[in-house]
Design a protein around this ligand. Sequence first.
Ligand code: FES
Length: 65
Amino acid sequence: MTDRARAVRVVKGGPVLVEGPVDIELPDGTRVQSDRFMVAICACGRSRNYPLCDTSHRKRRRRSD
Ligand code: FES
């Protein structure tokens, strides 16, 4: 265990912010890496850059959607 706990912040209706760098393993075994200082991981499932957030969670859905 490290001397400092990793900070993770859950944004209501948005992503999970994790201190980077990160190495994310998807259910199919694919790995996605990011060296960013803070990484936004999509929790809404609408990102076109999944598993990374692309701010698609901000878009409103039309009633017909
Ligand atoms: S949480 Fe931002 S696109 Fe999904």
